[in-house]
Design a protein around this ligand. Sequence first.
Ligand code: NAD
Ligand code: LMR
Length: 339
Amino acid sequence: RRSCSATPPSASHVMRRGFASDSAPERKVAVLGAAGGIGQPLALLMKLNPLVSKLALYDIAGTPGVAADVSHINTRSEVAGFMGEDQLGQALEGSDIVIIPAGVPRKPGMTRDDLFNINAGIVKSLCTAISKYCPRALVNMISNPVNSTVPIAAEVFKKAGTYNEKKLFGVTTLDVVRAKTFYAGKAKVNVAEVNVPVVGGHAGITILPLFSQATPRANLSDEEIKALTKRTQDGGTEVVEAKAGKGSATLSMAYAGAIFADACLKGLNGVPDVVECSFVQSTVTELPFFASKVRLGKNGVEEVLGLGPLSDFEQQGLEALKPELKSSIEKGITFANQS
Ligand code: NAD
Ligand code: LMR
C-alpha cells in the first residue's frame, strides 16, 4: 500500500490473536500520559493489539487504576502502571515504541501554539528520559503543538547524542482519518476503501490534504474540494468547540494513535510496504520537518516518500503553509536549546 492507509489495526484481531501471539516477536510499548483523555482509550486499544507483549502506562497521576483496569482484558500483553517521575525510567526501559500524549489540550479560542508554554517543557523532560532509558525506541509524538514538539524532541536527542531521524514521528494520522471520513461522506464512496494523503504539519493551514490524489476517484467540484480542505484543517477546532471547554479530540485521536503505532509495530516486525503519513525529518521541501507519506520498516522510517503531483490549489496551499510551519519548527528548536 502506497497511500496513507490509516486502516484499522485489524478487524479480525480477536480471531487472529492466538496466531499472532504465537508468532509475533516480543514488543514493549510505553504510553506517556496514559491516564489522560487520549491516554486511557489509547491504552485500551494498545491492549487489544496482538503485536504488543508488554504495555507500560505512565502518567504523573492515575495510572495504577488505569493499568489495573486494562490489565484484566484477556489479550496478549502484560500491563504495568507507573506513576511519577521516580518510575519513568522503569516505564521506559526496554521499550520498542514510546507514544506521547502527555500535556494540556486546547480550550475554545486557543490555537495549538497556545499550548507551547506548558507542553514544550513536558515533552523536553520526557524526551530527556527517553534518551537515557530507551534511546533506540521509536517515538510517536502526539502532544501539541506537534509542529514544535517534534523539533524539540529532535534537539533533546541530538544533545544527548541519541538522535536517529528514522525513529522520531509526529503523529498526524488523525488528519488522515478526518480527511478520509469527510471525503467519503462528500464523494459518497465506501469509507473503508478511501485513501487520502495529508501532508505539511499538524495545525490549521499547515494541514494540507491532497484530495487530488484521493481514491476511489470522485468528480468533486473545486468548491467542494475547498470546503473539504477547510473542514480537515479545522477538524480539531470543530471538536474543541463541541466539547466546549472539556478538551479536544480524545477518542478519534486514540484510534488514530493506535493505527499509527500498529503501523510502526508492523514495520519493526518486517511487514513490507507499510505506509502512513507522518511529520518527520524530511528533504521533501526546504523545511527540516514535514509530514508526508513514509514507508515504515525494521528501523523506523525506511523511506520518506515525495508529494506526488499537486493540483494548483494544493500547490498554493503548500506555499502558504511554509512560513507558519517554518516558524513553529524554529520555535521548538530555539526552546530546546535555551537551557
Ligand atoms: P488530557 O489533559 O486529558 O491528558 C493529558 C495527560 O498528560 C494527563 O493525564 C496528565 O496527567 C498527563 N501529563 C501531564 N504532564 C505529564 C508529564 N510530565 N508526564 C506524563 N504525563 C503527563 O489531554 P488529552 O486530551 O489526552 O491531550 C493530550 C495532548 O495531545 C494535548 O497536547 C493535545 O493537544 C494533544 N492532541 C494531539 C493530537 C494530534 O493529532 N497529534 C490530537 C488530539 C490531542
Ligand atoms: C486535533 O487535531 O484534534 C488535535 O490536534 C487537538 C486540537 O487541539 O485540535
